[in-house]
Design a protein around this ligand. Structure first.
Ligand SMILES: Cc1cc2nc3c(=O)[nH]c(=O)nc-3n(C[C@H](O)[C@H](O)[C@H](O)COP(=O)(O)OP(=O)(O)OC[C@H]3O[C@@H](n4cnc5c(N)ncnc54)[C@H](O)[C@@H]3O)c2cc1C
Ligand SMILES: NC(=O)c1ccc[n+]([C@@H]2O[C@H](COP(=O)([O-])OP(=O)(O)OC[C@H]3O[C@@H](n4cnc5c(N)ncnc54)[C@H](O)[C@@H]3O)[C@@H](O)[C@H]2O)c1
Length: 450
């Protein structure tokens, strides 16, 4: 018996922590999970899952519109309230299912806000709890502009529970959250304005696909404003007025802050134990250990360069499970990370970008698969992939603009991470017709053959 209550304590119950909690419990460790909100964190309750469920209806509509005059007639509509009711029925019980699963595995759950007392102890739900090792996986929360009227703005969490669709919505920021939601509510029939501080949207994403999606948004009637700093939100009768420094005024019914996310560190009282952090998150070494021995961090709360996403949080959680179970002592080694922006159509990317490729003298190949594979794609002539090959002809990066981009990018990620040659790929028999096999046939001439 050690002098601590538990072997491992997890603060936060999102993807950054729960995979390791289950694995370490299975390995015989005494595990406690402290959560101040719903079990399972942002992705499950207030993020990816809720978003993709609502997006499902908009995606069906988007694809049906592509067949108007080509075999589909009549107007399809989204009933927002019914869609939200379906979301609530499907997503709202998930935390209970996961909680049951964790308890059944023998994980102790404490509902409360964790605050450090010393390097092995936190206080939560009115009691002190100690552990040999502590993993901080407290995630991030939306950043709300500190401007007059900030209390009139909503965040992504409010939006994903919006019972009725307002007539006009305004999104502040043209990042991932805003653009995904803007296209969703436009598909559902709302009027939409997006106001962005910078001169473009989706920084870091393949520029030509950003331009294409912005044009598509304009074509759909979404109003986009760049180089505008929002200064205030004011209530005027039953509506809201958003004003920028340049004097732009937008009268609207609902304002969503899509101006970034900030790490949840304040409530932990990290200064009491000397754990270092900056405004992007907790500082960790290549073993995800903080500057204090036996205190680790995982997921969105880490200060890191790779994208703050569910799969990266899960990767870190699996790494920490192996580290604390004594199965590895090696530093964490991130593979290439695929990401998707769920606009309509989607934009996905992985590995080297075409902007980086120019500096590295890599080969950049554009594959207009939507135009060439009309019988295999669902009438999306603009669908396109940009592929980056190194000097040895290995695939090292890709971006895709199209409805099936999430699936295609996963296939391309396998080719990159496994360094697959055409010879190796030809040893598999893929299903046909499919976009995967179509894209494969088009990229084959450029790929390392043997
Ligand atoms: C609207 C939206 C859409 C998204 N869509 C996608 C997507 O499509 N694909 C994708 O890969 N990623 C997506 N993400 C990002 C994804 O949700 C996060 O990367 C992921 O949830 C990170 O997991 P985490 O465990 O690090 O943090 P979280 O899931 O945020 O979990 C942290 C937990 O810690 C708890 N906590 C915080 N402080 C304390 C404390 N002091 N004591 C106790 N508990 C505490 C919180 O309540 C929370 O439950 C989306 C995010 C949002 C907001
Ligand atoms: N599909 C996905 O993977 C997905 C989806 C949603 C959210 N997420 C997660 O959420 C994060 C994105 O959140 P986000 O979209 O809020 O942030 P973001 O950083 O992607 O975008 C924020 C935008 O707001 C702008 N901005 C900042 N201050 C402003 C101001 N004063 N006025 C106007 N615009 C301003 C920025 O210039 C930027 O374009 C991702 O990094 C990821 O962690 C991921």
């Amino acid at each position: 018996m050690t002098k601590y209550d538990y072997d491992v304590m997890f603060i936060g119950s999102g993807h950054a922590n729960w995979h390791a909690a289950l694995a370490l419990r299975k390995a015989g460790k005494r595990v406690v999970l402290i959560e101040k909100d719903l079990i399972a964190g942002t992705c499950t309750n207030y993020g990816c899952n809720a978003k993709i469920l609502l997006d499902g209806a908009a995606d069906v509509l988007h694809q049906a519109v592509a067949y108007q005059g080509k075999g589909i007639t009549g107007e399809l509509k989204i009933d927002w309230s019914a869609l939200m009711a379906y979301k609530q029925k499907t997503i709202n019980p998930l935390h209970l299912l996961l909680e049951q699963q964790f308890k059944a595995a023998g994980i102790e759950i404490v509902n409360g806000t964790a605050e450090f007392v010393d390097q092995h102890t936190v206080t939560a739900a009115g009691k002190n709890i100690s552990a040999q090792d502590i993993i901080i996986g407290t995630g991030q929360r939306p950043s709300i502009l500190p401007i007059p009227g900030k209390e009139l703005m909503h965040d992504s969490r409010d939006f994903l529970d919006l019972p009725e669709l307002p007539k006009h919505l305004t999104f502040i920021g043209a990042g991932i959250v805003s653009l995904e939601f803007a296209m969703l509510v436009r598909a559902a029939g709302a009027q939409v304005t997006v106001i962005e501080f910078a001169d473009t949207a989706l920084r870091g994403v393949e520029e030509k696909y950003v331009e294409q999606i912005l044009q598509r948004m304009r074509d759909l009637g979404i109003e986009l404003h760049f180089n505008e700093a929002v200064q205030s939100v004011v209530k005027q009768d039953s509506r809201l007025v958003v004003t920028t420094a340049n004097g732009l005024k937008v009268t609207t019914d609902y304002v969503v802050a899509g101006t970034g996310r900030i790490p949840n560190v304040e409530e932990l009282a990290l200064d009491k134990v000397g754990v270092k952090f900056d405004k992007t998150g907790i500082l960790v070494d290549d073993h995800l250990q903080t500057n204090v021995e036996h205190i680790y961090a995982s997921g969105d709360v880490i200060a890191k360069r790779i994208p703050k996403l569910t799969p990266t949080a899960t990767f870190e959680s699996n790494y920490l499970a192996a580290l604390l179970a004594g199965q590895t002592t090696a530093p964490i080694q991130y593979p290439v990370v695929a990401s998707v922006i769920f606009t309509l159509p989607r934009i996905a990317q992985v590995g080297v970008t075409s902007a980086q490729a120019a500096a590295e003298d890599y080969q950049v190949v554009t594959i207009p698969y939507g135009a060439r594979l009309r019988f295999q794609t669902k009438n999306e002539p603009a669908a396109e992939a940009t592929l980056i090959f190194d000097q040895e002809h290995y695939l090292v990066g890709a971006s895709v603009y199209g409805d099936e981009a999430p699936e295609l990018i996963n296939f391309l990620t396998m080719i990159i991470s496994q360094k697959l040659t055409l010879n190796k790929l030809n040893q598999a028999v893929f299903a046909f017709p499919s976009q995967t096999i179509g894209l494969l046939s088009m990229l084959s001439p450029y790929l390392k053959q043997i």
